[in-house]
Ligand binder design. Structure first.
Ligand code: DAK
Length: 265
């Protein structure tokens, strides 16, 4: 199936490392998540999940105005309660697939990131934002609550008080507030956003892919557990690195005073 509302390309950098750039592409509706976008995203995630050679991805919105301005409000009219529940579960499953890709996904938030759009950003590994980004969870202004994981991921990210402040007010926040709240790792001028995200992705892509994937797993799976359980997950994954060839390469490169050349095995 040809993808139209979600575009992606895989670029190969000088070192031969492959980085995917994914764009939500419905600029006429500020990239709002309609059924088409969600189903194309599902297909794309299946494809990307099976690509063993992609080392990182950058997710952004088409155009210079919006990352994703939310779920498509025009498709929400006349939903019944069972349909709404079903849609929430489908969307949550999709966002969890994104979160569990075996390589990091960097959100390059290039403008509005509202409701479902902000929830999509929260499912990424981290967010680099344009200074023009405007973000928030305006669901309560529509008589709704976030349905794609917003109440849960946001709370885990910033704690209960800030999550309540953001989701109960439905207000739009600035990029600087996102940085102050610990939601964004960095803010850039709009023109620098994609190059900056690509630069960070390139650095990550040069590291041992299994080690990066296991850092992701340890943080994602250990972060919500007790410290004792999280430490066990970390120790198990740490031990697994000693079965990889890349750990031999990393240690040899250090001793031989040369850059490591990781093969992902
Ligand atoms: N849905 C559909 N169309 C949208 C849209 C959206 N979320 N956001 C913008 N558009 C469309 C506008 O309707 C307009 O289309 P035309 O009228 O030209 O056909 C076009 O994009 C340009 O938008 P504006 O003309 O409004 O542009 P402005 O610069 O004046 O304003 C804005 C930008 C972002 C402030 C404004 O567009 C806006 O307030 N948009 C809505 C933001 C919002 O409230 N988003 C939804 C959040 S609630 C669920 C699961 C999850 C959710 C719901 C249900 N279930 C499982 C059932 C999540 C809900 C949400 O995401």
């Amino acid at each position: 199936m040809e993808l139209k509302a979600v575009r992606y390309e895989v670029t190969e950098n000088e070192a031969g490392h492959r980085i995917a750039v994914i764009r939500i592409a419905r600029p006429e509706a500020l990239n709002a998540l309609n059924k088409q976008v969600l189903s194309e995203l599902k297909i794309l995630l299946q494809e990307l999940g099976s690509k063993r050679d992609v080392r990182a991805a950058v997710l952004t919105g088409e155009g210079d105005k919006s990352f994703v301005a939310g779920a498509d409000i025009k498709e929400m009219e006349n939903l019944t309660m069972p349909q709404a529940r079903e849609l929430a579960l489908q969307g949550q499953t999709l966002f969890s697939k994104l979160e569990e890709l075996p390589f990091p996904v960097i959100c390059a938030m290039n403008g509005f990131a509202l409701g479902g759009g902000f929830e999509l950003a929260l499912a990424c590994d981290f967010i680099i934002a344009s200074s023009k980004a405007k973000w928030g969870l305006p669901e309560v202004t529509l008589g709704l609550i976030p349905g794609y994981g917003g109440t849960q991921r946001l709370t885990r990210q910033v704690g209960r008080a800030l999550a309540r402040r953001i989701a109960m007010s439905g207000e739009m926040f600035t990029a600087q507030q996102g940085l102050d709240f610990g939601l964004f790792t960095q803010i850039c001028e709009p023109a620098d956003l994609l190059p900056t995200a690509m630069k960070v992705a390139t650095t990550i892509a040069s590291r041992a892919p299994n080690a990066v994937a296991w850092v992701k797993e340890a943080i994602n799976h250990g972060g919500d557990k007790s410290l004792a359980e999280g430490l066990k997950i970390e120790a198990d994954l740490f031990a697994r690195t000693f079965e990889t060839k890349d750990h031999n390469e990393g240690i040899a490169a250090f001793i031989e005073k040369r850059p490591a050349n990781f093969q992902g095995n």
